[in-house]
Design a binder for this molecule. Structure first.
Ligand SMILES: NC(=O)c1ccc[n+]([C@@H]2O[C@H](COP(=O)([O-])OP(=O)(O)OC[C@H]3O[C@@H](n4cnc5c(N)ncnc54)[C@H](O)[C@@H]3O)[C@@H](O)[C@H]2O)c1
Length: 259
């Protein structure tokens, strides 16, 4: 039985904005893999992304497999567009049960190499956006009888690689998720946070290129993770298999944090 059958999911940052991996037809990142995996598990999926074209590519891939999906443009640094993504989901599918906040960017560097403007942008895109999408989605999820939210943080929430605004926003997501989870358990809404380690995603290939050979030796499992492995963890947290899990964090990193 599909684990998300009958559910309606909104995946924010569900495009993939970089080159495809060798052997891939379609470029895959954490957001696109999650959207596709949610549909394979039976959910109807609204794919939201800053780029409508990238969101449409994901929705098309889902439909080609026989799933249900629509696409909407939403830049989550703009409040109206956070509300718009939720409204578009209700308009297309009539309800909302599941929300994944996958958007996360990395600009700036260490403390003295990060401008105030960069820090403000990071707060808007990586943190305020998740607050806003949850604020608009939670009343709808409650109306539908409950559901689940997953926010995508990073191992950078716990370990520093001198990217101050990335690390600060990713750490703040842990508090954001815990607080929303405690407030909305009574609405039958679970809220959890995923902390990926080093993942071979579309965005990483665009920004850094192929880092596999460089980083794999430092990871206990001796390889980067795939976006599909992040998507599987997210689907688990969205599904009833995680029915008593809320307000917590799941690290998916091939053992990196345990070193
Ligand atoms: N790839 C990794 O190694 C890694 C590690 C830890 C955490 N993460 C986190 O996982 C998440 C996804 O990362 P990924 O590398 O898989 O990327 P991804 O391939 O899933 O791409 C992210 C998508 O977000 C969209 N996006 C960017 N800014 C947006 C905005 N303002 N509004 C709406 N959409 C926007 C992009 O167009 C892109 O399609 C991020 O939160 C990232 O911080 C990634």
């Amino acid at each position: 039985m599909a684990r998300l059958a009958g559910k309606i999911a909104l995946i924010i940052g569900g495009g993939a904005d970089g080159p495809a991996n060798t052997g891939e037809k379609l470029s895959i990142g954490n957001g696109r893999a999650t959207a596709i995996m949610c549909a394979r598990e039976g959910a109807a999926v609204m794919v939201a992304d800053r780029s409508l074209e990238l969101a449409q590519q994901t929705a098309n891939a889902i439909r080609e497999e026989g799933g249900r999906a629509e696409a909407v443009a939403a830049d989550v640094s703009i409040e109206d567009q956070c509300r718009g993504a939720v409204e578009a989901t209700i308009k297309a599918f009539g309800a909302l049960h599941l929300l994944v906040n996958n958007v996360g960017i990395g600009i700036g560097g260490s403390l003295l190499k990060t401008t105030t403007e960069q820090f403000d942008t990071m707060l808007a895109v990586n943190l305020r956006s998740h607050f806003l999408t949850m604020r608009y989605a939670v009343p709808e999820i409650a109306k539908a009888g409950g559901g689940a939210i997953v926010n995508v943080s990073s191992l950078a929430a716990l370990r520093s690689n001198r990217m101050i605004s990335y690390e600060a926003t990713k750490a703040a997501l842990l508090g954001l998720g815990r607080s929303a989870a405690v407030s909305h358990a009574r609405d039958n809404i679970r809220v959890n946070t995923i902390l990926p380690g080093l993942i071979n995603s579309s965005m990483v290939r665009r920004l850094i290129g192929d880092r596999e050979a460089r980083v794999a030796p430092g990871i206990p499992m001796h390889r980067q993770g795939t976006p599909w492995e992040i998507a599987k963890a997210i689907v688990f947290l969205l599904s009833d298999d995680a029915s008593y899990i809320t307000g917590t964090e799941l690290i998916v990193d091939g053992g990196l944090a345990a070193r």
